[in-house]
Design a protein around this ligand. Structure first.
Ligand SMILES: Cc1ncc(COP(=O)(O)O)c(C=O)c1O
Length: 387
């Protein structure tokens, strides 16, 4: 790695390693673990080098309750604040490797959420323009955030996937237009749902990290799907490395069709209803999910009531301030642990923090409007601090 660094950076890295080993002698009794981790990490190149290698946190209360080890991968620690940084980096790297993006080129994606934020960070760090299409039903806050991270944002009418005016197809056409006008620098529609570079991010990073962190001691993995990249990629790696021993379960919110797809052995229902969760739930089997969906060991459907209770429990019992998709994943991990019985290790994903959702998840009015206030146990209602 060091040979890829500029000489000044290499000098700094060498000095940092020397300083760390000196410090490791001095502090070996106080922070030996921290020093070992710092030494292993060394200096990373650019923001993109800081994506991944997130801690795996043992959730103490739920582990004690189930007699299992319930572990959450702390994806909120990525520089863009979510698991989607991994996919963002891989779809951009894939476009570079395929020669579709040259310095100063343009990345276009259809997204209202974390992928856009991840792409904005990666594009700034690597010198690309970023154009985002999103449904115009999204909050001004999301639009502002993407713009302040340097993206050009187009909110467009919210129409179904099948409609050519859907934000994803508009993103695709925008990339084709720019590519035609500026072939030297290039433009690419990164297409997170069906571009399997997304899934590869998790085959090459999330899966191996979990295997290494548990020293091969993981029995089951579970998480929800948006694009399906996290579930499919992590499942692929863990199944391959364990010779099929690690079990994998899909966790689904209401309004998604995948629970019934997996449970019925492949029947795709019409999408109905919705959920308070963001970034997860699907109406179809994406290319990212396609190759692994038949290898799953089952699926769970998690109600919004259970999810919101877990948002509050994770905060109160573990000190973890998590978004709703993470809380849903934790409920799923608990249910998988109960299914497997004591003395198993179940891993899930803590996708992002609650920061972007606080005005809803911790608002009394909003909870009442969703009929979810009663799902929060009396002892935890003191966290409902917003009107
Ligand atoms: C908060 C959150 N959780 C979970 C996911 C799902 O991840 P994946 O797209 O890898 O299925 C997303 C995807 O956007 C997300 O934003």
């Amino acid at each position: 790695m060091a040979s890829a660094l500029r000489p000044s950076v290499r000098r700094f890295a060498t000095t940092a390693v020397r300083a760390a080993s000196a410090a490791s002698t001095e502090a070996s009794t106080t922070n030996a673990y921290g020093i070992r981790v710092s030494q292993a990490q060394g200096v990373v190149d650019q923001l993109t080098g800081a994506i991944g290698n997130t801690p795996l946190i043992r959730l103490r209360h739920l582990s004690e309750q189930t007699g299992c080890n319930i572990l959450g991968k702390a994806e909120f620690q990525n520089p863009g604040g979510s698991v989607k940084d991994r996919a963002a980096l891989y779809v951009v790297k894939d476009a570079e490797e395929r020669g579709l993006l040259k310095p100063g080129g343009t990345v276009v994606e259809g997204t209202a959420g974390n992928t856009g934020i991840g792409l904005a960070h990666v594009c700034r760090a690597r010198g690309y323009r970023l154009v985002i299409y999103m449904p115009n039903t999204q909050s001004q806050g999301k639009i502002d955030l993407l713009r302040l991270l340097g993206a050009e944002v187009y909110p467009v009418p919210a129409v179904a996937w099948e409609n050519p005016e859907n934000y994803n197809w508009q993103a695709k056409r925008h990339a084709e237009r720019v590519q035609g006008e500026d072939p030297e620098r290039g433009a690419v529609w990164t297409n997170q749902f069906d571009n399997v570079a997304n899934r590869r991010a998790h085959v090459e990073t999330t899966g191996p990290e979990i295997w290494a962190q548990t020293e091969g001691g993981v029995d089951a993995f579970t998480c929800a799907t948006g694009t399906g990249g996290t579930l499919a990629g992590t499942t692929r790696y863990l199944k391959d490395v364990s010779g099929g021993k690690v079990k994998s379960f899909l966790a689904d919110p209401p309004g998604s069709v995948l629970y019934s797809y997996v449970s019925s052995g492949g029947q795709l229902k019409e999408r109905q209803g919705g959920s308070i969760t963001e970034g997860i739930g699907q109406g179809r089997v994406t290319e990212n999910l396609k190759t692994e969906v038949d290898e799953l060991d089952g699926a769970l459907t998690i109600s919004d009531e259970k999810t919101i209770e877990m948002v509050y429990r994770c905060l109160d019992e573990e000190g973890l301030y998590l978004g709703a998709s993470s809380a849903l994943n934790v409920v799923a991990a608990k249910e998988v642990a109960e299914k497997l019985g004591p003395n198993h290790t179940v891993v899930t994903v803590l996708c992002d923090g609650a920061y972007r959702y606080a005005d809803r998840l911790f608002s009394g009015k909003w909870l009442e409007s969703k009929k979810l206030k009663d799902a929060i146990p009396e002892r935890l209602r003191r966290y409902i601090v917003l009107p």
